[in-house]
Design a protein around this ligand. Structure first.
Ligand SMILES: NC(=O)c1ccc[n+]([C@@H]2O[C@H](COP(=O)([O-])OP(=O)(O)OC[C@H]3O[C@@H](n4cnc5c(N)ncnc54)[C@H](OP(=O)(O)O)[C@@H]3O)[C@@H](O)[C@H]2O)c1
Length: 306
């Protein structure tokens, strides 16, 4: 089978499509024929070992010294179950599933063998493979941080989402609108059309206005881009207001419940899939170059099987 191998840390060109042995499912595993994966900020970060100082050493310890220990990158997938181990009870042959492998990576590949207890769930009934996979990375992260902020018990909380057009941003924005929060977003003029399409009314364009100087107060500020900090935003927070950022040390943990929620939210039309570009597996270098630009809107899909 074909897989994208990260031959060493570095520029997108370190990624090579190679023939490797196709895995098989052992008694507790399912074999998924991957139809789609996505190229996320996390993938480009690992590929380029993008971290400063001591964090770079921690990353090498966690991921591998000269190249990733699992050289097949990719943390999310959608596909069809092609083999089922004899002890598997949660799935059957032909099930359409989507899921995340997190720090185990391995989804830039035609097939993956996964324990049936892994973070794999039935795909939304009304989603195609690209739509399903596009929900996961940003959606899972947004659900995690919104739950941690504990604002759903407030009545129509005022929420500011900084960086509303990235993968995490489009998910957080849609979730907050769905929950009926009073949403203001920060994005660039290039992202205006997208956030308007999502239904946002209060939009601050960071290339036209310094959002930190706004005369507004929020119950919750979520930096989905990760470059601001609580100190910069302190004048925008109400007393007891909560600030969360994707750019700090807090890492979003992953769960089956998040996949279940994403499935339900998509099936009921509460969230849409936002796909910027779709690349074939053979064009993975180009896909990484685009995500490296930091300008993608929503999600970039890597199509593995048609
Ligand atoms: N802590 C965690 O657990 C966790 C989990 C997932 C992701 N992350 C981190 O979260 C960050 C976002 O991830 P992502 O996948 O959503 O990224 P992404 O999709 O690659 O973000 C790209 C978006 O950011 C926008 N952007 C660029 N500069 C901006 C600025 N100054 N202000 C506001 N928006 C800006 C871009 O639009 P314009 O160019 O039009 O501005 C683009 O739409 C990454 O740094 C990632 O490493 C952390």
């Amino acid at each position: 089978m074909k897989a994208v191998i990260c031959t060493k840390y570095g520029k997108p060109e370190v990624l090579k499509v190679q023939e490797i042995e196709k895995p098989t499912a052992n008694k507790n595993e399912i074999l998924v024929k991957i139809h789609s994966t996505s190229v996320n900020s996390a993938d480009v970060r690992v590929r380029s070992l993008d971290a400063k100082g001591i964090m770079k050493t921690f990353m090498k310890l966690a991921l591998g010294f000269s190249k990733p220990r699992n050289p097949i990158l990719g943390t999310v997938f959608s596909g069809i179950i092609e083999e089922v181990g004899e002890k598997v009870t949660r799935f059957k042959l032909g099930d359409k599933v989507f899921g995340m492998t997190g720090f185990k990576f391995g989804t830039y590949s035609e097939y993956i063998a996964l324990n049936e207890k892994s973070l794999t769930y039935a795909m939304p009934e009304n989603a195609n493979f690209n739509e399903a996979v596009s929900l996961i990375f940003g959606g899972q992260t947004a659900i995690y941080f919104l739950e941690k902020a504990k604002i759903r018990n407030l009545k129509k909380p005022k929420v500011l989402i900084i960086g509303a057009t990235g993968s995490v941003g489009v998910a957080a924005t849609q979730l907050c609108l769905h929950y009926g929060h009073d949403v203001t977003v920060v994005c660039s003029s290039k992202g205006l059309e997208l956030v308007q399409k999502l239904g946002v009314k209060n939009i601050i364009l960071y290339d036209k206005q310094d959002f930190t100087k706004m005369d507004l107060k929020f119950d919750f500020i979520f930096d989905a881009h990760g470059k601001s900090n609580k100190k910069q935003c302190k004048n925008l927070l109400k007393n007891n207001g909560v600030f969360k950022t994707v750019g700090g040390l807090e890492m979003a943990s992953e769960s089956l419940q998040q996949l279940e929620s994403l499935k339900n939210l998509f099936e009921t039309g509460a969230i849409k899939s936002i796909i910027d570009r779709t690349y074939l597996m053979k064009d993975v270098v180009e896909a990484h170059q685009y995500v490296d630009s930091g300008r993608k809107k929503g999600n970039v899909i890597l199509k593995i099987h048609k």
